[in-house]
Unconditional design. Structure first.
Length: 80
């Protein structure tokens, strides 16, 4: 699974065999959340949350929004 970036201890990954819509998995030590990217212009939106605190989810969403162009480019590169 290609790790795209790190955000405060969370791995941000895009699975090569994943499905649309464009999204990322944000994986912590004991938790995970999925964020839809809504490429190309956002907004980044929390889709599923498995134990990530509300505060961490908001912080991660803001970081993802700042990297949206890169993340959408990576999604396109991986999924064609």
């Amino acid at each position: 699974m290609p790790r795209i970036l790190w955000i405060d201890g969370f791995r941000v990954v895009i699975y090569p065999n994943d499905h649309e819509p464009a999204h990322v998995h944000v994986i912590g030590a004991d938790n995970e959340a999925l964020f839809n990217l809504n490429c190309p212009d956002g907004p980044v939106m929390l889709r599923e949350n498995f134990g990530v605190s509300r505060q961490d989810a908001k912080r991660v969403a803001a970081e993802l929004a700042g990297q949206l162009e890169r993340l959408c480019g990576e999604w396109s590169r991986i999924h064609g």
